[in-house]
Design a protein around this ligand. Structure first.
Ligand code: SF4
Ligand code: SF4
Length: 376
């Protein structure tokens, strides 16, 4: 690896090694590995760029074993864009053939099937197969609901699209889903440094949405939201001409009447929604305006801890993800809440996987809205 853009190389040298990023890095907090802290990763990047460190397996691993949570970005007093530096370093490593095999396999799977799990495109309809109604597909609609791979292929997350589609039906929204014509948003490939592959997916999805004549893309996945809103214009070099909306923004404005919920709830900020996109208030406004007693965790909003399912860590280091999820659930438990509300299918999957005798239920905000909706 010998190149970074001049702008990012300059930023790399702004790190003054103060170590503020140590206190917020989920990988460091659960492993104690000093190299995992942003200042360690940046120092390694510098050494590689200067030719002082050969590209060993360990050095390459340090560029990829990261939750892409951006906690270091917001903590850094020098404003070092750690995420951008690491993505560009990974892009160069991938170009030179150093991509770790689990990520290379993921890239081949998505390129072949258009999704993360390698299932047939028709399996994108699985989440509504056991319902007595189906969401609209095809034709011209104002809104396209972009469901995303996690909610389409992992049964633990089916409740999100089931609830979101139900809520939009109830609100009279003119929407459709893309079904088998949707492909992966490309986020996992983009953060892995597979830029050309991510661009091809962006082109395919944008073409499909334009053919549907939609003026709005609705998401329940914060990574899809960020891909559409931030990465697609960058990858395609053009404004998309569609409004991109996350379910939390839609819920805050929809004004759906809800029944009150007894007890306390706490809210887990998904990394790509909070730090990644600056959406902190709409989910909280929605919860509070419906009379829910919201209590905050010790790490909240910009300082929220990752759920453990960020980046491509599920493919690279599942044990590290579990340790982070455990820590996050302990923080949630300490609030005394009975529900952990989040707004992301991956956060829901990851936090729900923590085995505990704590009576704490994890729910996505659209599932909660559906559960509490007044139905007559
Ligand atoms: S907080 Fe920023 S400047 Fe300080 S060590 Fe971390 S990356 Fe470097
Ligand atoms: S993005 Fe998150 S996991 Fe990666 S170095 Fe920064 S704080 Fe640590």
């Amino acid at each position: 690896m010998n190149t970074l853009t001049i702008q990012l190389e300059d930023a790399l040298y702004r790190c003054n090694k103060c170590g503020f990023c140590q206190a917020t890095c989920p990988y460091y907090l659960t492993t104690g590995e000093e190299w995992a802290v942003a200042r360690g990763r940046l120092r390694l990047t510098r050494a590689i760029l200067q030719g002082k460190l050969p590209l060993s397996d360990g050095a390459v691993r340090s560029m990829y074993q990261c939750f892409s949570c951006r906690a270091c970005n917001v903590t850094c007093p020098s404003g070092v864009p750690v995420d951008e530096i690491l993505i560009q370093a990974r892009t160069e490593l991938a170009r030179q053939g150093y991509l770790p095999e689990p990520l290379a396999q993921m890239g081949r799977t998505i390129a072949t099937t258009g999704n993360l799990t390698g299932e047939a495109a028709d399996a994108r309809r699985s989440w509504w197969q056991n319902l007595d109604w189906a969401p609209p597909q095809g034709g011209k609609h104002e809104t396209v609901y972009f469901v995303g791979c996690v909610s389409s292929f992992y049964p633990q997350a089916y409740g999100l699209p089931q609830s979101m589609a139900w809520l939009m039906e109830r609100a009279g929204t003119d929407y459709a889903v893309l079904g088998r014509d949707e492909v992966c948003c490309g986020y996992p490939l983009y953060v892995a440094g597979l830029e050309a592959e991510a661009r091809a997916l962006a082109q395919a999805n944008v073409r499909t949405v334009r053919e549907a004549g939609a003026r709005r893309v609705m998401t329940t996945c914060p990574s899809c939201y960020r891909a559409w809103r931030e990465f697609y214009p960058h990858l395609l070099g053009e404004e998309l001409g569609v409004e991109v909306v996350h379910s939390t923004q839609w819920l805050a404005e929809a004004g759906l009447p809800l029944r009150p919920l007894e007890g306390k709830v706490t809210y887990h900020d998904p990394c790509d929604l909070g730090r990644g996109s600056g959406i902190y208030d709409p989910p909280r406004e929605f919860l509070k305006s419906n009379g829910l007693h919201l209590v905050e965790m010790s790490n909240t909003r910009a300082e929220a801890l990752c759920c453990g399912g960020g980046g491509n860590m599920e493919s690279l280091d599942l044990a590290a993800g579990h340790a982070v999820a455990q820590l996050r659930m302990q923080q949630a438990s300490a609030t005394g809440a009975e529900w952990v509300v989040t707004a992301c299918p991956q956060c829901k999957r990851t936090l729900s996987s923590v085995r505990s005798d704590i009576p704490l239920r994890v729910v996505d905000i659209v599932e909660l809205a559906r559960k509490l909706a007044v139905t007559d």
